[in-house]
Design a protein. Structure first.
Length: 243
């Protein structure tokens, strides 16, 4: 009975928020079942007190009563799980929303900090789509009743998209930093080798156009002409000394 009272109390608090009105009939049904089982228990105990009653028959009735009680308890647990899951999904969505907002902020700060001329042809469109996902989640959380199924589906799509965009931006930023370090390292040879100056200028042009892969390829090939096979070591040492 205490479990049922707890479930009723939880239902009163959560039914409107999560649109769980259909659970009321189930709770009432389990309430009636439980009352019947309590009466049945009292009857079984009364029979067991009768010295004329069969011990085998009593054992059977106790077993049957126990099975009915277990079934009722399982039904009540299932009802409780529905409410618990709805509440847990809402709390999870709020935490994930905050993470997505922080990731979007970090991503934009990283781009501004590195002063990248471009990310990709679809970056602005992707950024707008990511923010639309976030706004959709915010709006869904504000609605009552909360559509948990739609919230979870939207959240999943948002997480997949934002994290993919975040990884792409990180890759581009990392590549851009490598290009800059390579060009900075090669600058010391520009006055000595005209072809080095020409190739680094080409790498810079690719960089300004947002063609970071091409810029890195050209820059690395240029440095390899001067120091074959030692690119990674030279650039790391140069980056450390510059820092």
């Amino acid at each position: 009975m205490e479990t049922l009272a707890f479930i009723r109390e939880a239902y009163e608090k959560m039914s409107t928020r999560f649109g769980l009105n259909d659970l009321k009939a189930k709770i009432d049904e389990e309430d009636e079942k439980l009352k019947d089982l309590i009466e049945k228990k009292d009857a079984v105990l009364a029979v067991m007190g009768d010295s004329d009653s069969s011990s085998v028959e009593n054992l059977y009735k106790l077993k049957e009563l126990n099975q009915d009680l277990m079934a009722c308890n399982q039904d009540l647990t299932a009802i409780k799980d529905v409410m618990d899951n709805a509440h847990s999904d809402e709390e999870r969505a709020k935490k994930q929303l905050l993470k997505l907002q922080l990731i979007m902020n970090e991503m934009q700060v990283k781009i501004r900090k590195n002063r990248l001329p471009a990310i990709s042809d679809t970056y602005d469109e992707d950024l707008a789509k990511a923010f639309n996902y976030i706004h959709s989640i915010e709006k869904l959380i504000e609605e009552t009743p909360l559509n948990v199924q739609l919230l979870n589906a939207t959240l999943k799509d948002a997480i997949d998209f934002v994290y993919k965009l975040y990884n792409n931006v990180n890759n581009v930023v990392g590549m851009a930093v490598m290009v800059e370090n390579t060009i900075v390292f090669g600058n010391k040879y520009r006055s000595t080798y005209p072809d080095i100056d020409s190739e680094l200028t080409r790498a810079e042009l690719c960089f300004r156009n947002g063609e970071y892969t091409q810029a890195l390829t050209v820059a690395i090939a240029t440095i390899e002409k001067i120091h074959p096979g030692s690119y990674e070591t030279l650039i790391k040492e140069n980056a450390k000394s510059a820092g």
